[in-house]
Design a protein around this ligand. Sequence first.
Ligand SMILES: Nc1ncnc2c1ncn2[C@@H]1O[C@H](COP(=O)(O)OP(=O)(O)OP(=O)(O)O)[C@@H](O)[C@H]1O
Ligand SMILES: [Mg+2]
Length: 252
Amino acid sequence: MEEIILRTNDLTKKYNNKTVVDCLSLEIKRGEIFGLLGPNGAGKSTTMNMICSIVKPSAGKVELFGKELRTNKKEVIRRIGYIPQELAIHGSLKAWENAELFISLYGIKGDKLKKAVNDSLEYVGLGDRRQEYAKHFSGGMKRRLNIACAIGHEPELLIFDEPTVGIDPQSRNFILEKIKESNRKGATVIYTSHYMEEVEAICTRIAIMDNGKVIACGTSSELKKMVNGSDDITLEEVFLTLTGKKLRDIEG
Ligand SMILES: Nc1ncnc2c1ncn2[C@@H]1O[C@H](COP(=O)(O)OP(=O)(O)OP(=O)(O)O)[C@@H](O)[C@H]1O
Ligand SMILES: [Mg+2]
């Protein structure tokens, strides 16, 4: 039987009586690269933040690795790597110091920590820039360092919230290749993006989210058939049909 890595049941978040995530029920299986697509304000980051226990749900629950998050937070959180939409690195620390700081938060120490810092910086292609201050890095390098900080404890579930925003195609491709590589090595991935072509290229299944709800979920071919009867349509057209919103409005 396929193992469910993440299950959300009627997950809901309200801010000042406004529902931003609305009774979300998702199931993600081990080995998937699951894409979450949606316009600005759809509730993607809020959903990710509830899954990582950064934001407290107003209602509903999250189960990770078969365990309820709320009552098993400490154990479950160590098995997740979260790459947030907002960069979470410190400019006044060197690249290796950033990696060490974040990886050590997972209780990794000594030689194991040194190796994890080296391996994760190598992994994102920053091995030879380890002594440089993060504030001197380009946008793409900061994004890569952000990833290194979140993967050093070898998480089973990687959650990427728009990791390719504002960076050039070459760096974007590098990050996408790394996500696929992590997945080949066994990690399950949740991936949020506005770039349809990226989502289509790497994701095994895609959920389209709007106004806090998942309005469609399936493989890209299933989504196309749902909208068009055949898969002779682009994912962008599917998105437009379902949400009434154009990609350029989204990328604004
Ligand atoms: N801390 C907060 N307090 C009040 N409202 C919030 C808070 N965090 C998010 N929201 C609101 O919740 C809604 C969903 O925001 P969220 O960041 O989850 O969207 P998103 O789908 O990630 O959008 P984007 O594509 O722009 O990143 C927005 O209307 C946002 O203003
Ligand atoms: Mg977001």
